[in-house]
Write a protein that binds this ligand. Structure first.
Ligand SMILES: [Fe+2]
Ligand SMILES: [Fe+2]
Length: 201
């Protein structure tokens, strides 16, 4: 089915992704889509937007290996500018590049979807419901078997923001353990959620 505002059908997107993503990544993508669709009503998110954002959230993940080109060269070609943190942390690049690839190669012109892709690794202050949904689904899809995934799955059923506070905290701790740079947007995301939790009490 072709949906107004989307230039590719879901099947066309899936076929295109299959051609570039490794099997493990592709299975993760399908897992995130299933989880995003399951959780969409809880987040008050349109199911179609959830499907597209989830399907495309990692669309740039293997582009460097698939094309044999350096990630940073591909970014230049797509007109993606990177901040200092992303310039030194390659793990962040696929999210920023992913939004540009979703726009240019997959015909997505819905800003909400593009921003959910763009912020899916860092989060940011005052995230939209779709951004929150993709951030959580990325960590709770069935292929994620880490202990923290079970806790996020438990929390999200009764408080989305508590689940996010826990999930972003886990990501930041992981980055600290690796000894790499923490992106300021992750800190802003966490601070925003915690200060708004305080406002509610
Ligand atoms: Fe990702
Ligand atoms: Fe992912």
């Amino acid at each position: 089915m072709r949906i107004e505002g989307f230039s590719l059908t879901e099947n066309e997107i899936i076929e295109k992704l299959k051609a570039t993503q490794k099997e493990r990544r592709f299975n993760h993508t399908l897992g995130v889509m299933g989880e995003a669709v399951r959780l969409a009503p809880l987040f008050g998110v349109d199911e179609e937007k959830a499907r597209r954002a989830a399907l495309l959230h990692d669309c740039a993940k293997n582009l460097d290996e698939a094309s044999g080109e350096d990630f940073y060269i591909i970014c230049k070609r797509y007109g993606v500018t990177l901040d200092d943190c992303a310039k030194s942390e390659k793990a962040l690049v696929h999210a920023y590049l992913g939004a540009a690839v979703a726009y240019k190669d997959f015909g997505i012109d819905d800003n909400e979807i593009l921003e959910a892709i763009y912020y899916h690794t860092t989060g940011r202050a005052n995230m939209t419901p779709l951004e929150k949904l993709i951030y959580i689904a990325d960590m709770t899809e069935p292929g994620r078997t880490i202990e923290q995934a079970a806790e996020i799955r438990r929390l999200v059923e009764f408080n989305i923001d508590e689940a996010l506070i826990y999930a972003i905290g886990c990501s930041i701790k992981h980055v600290i353990r690796k000894g790499t740079l923490i992106h300021p947007d992750s800190v802003h995301a966490l601070n925003y959620l915690i200060s708004h939790r305080r406002d509610k009490s």
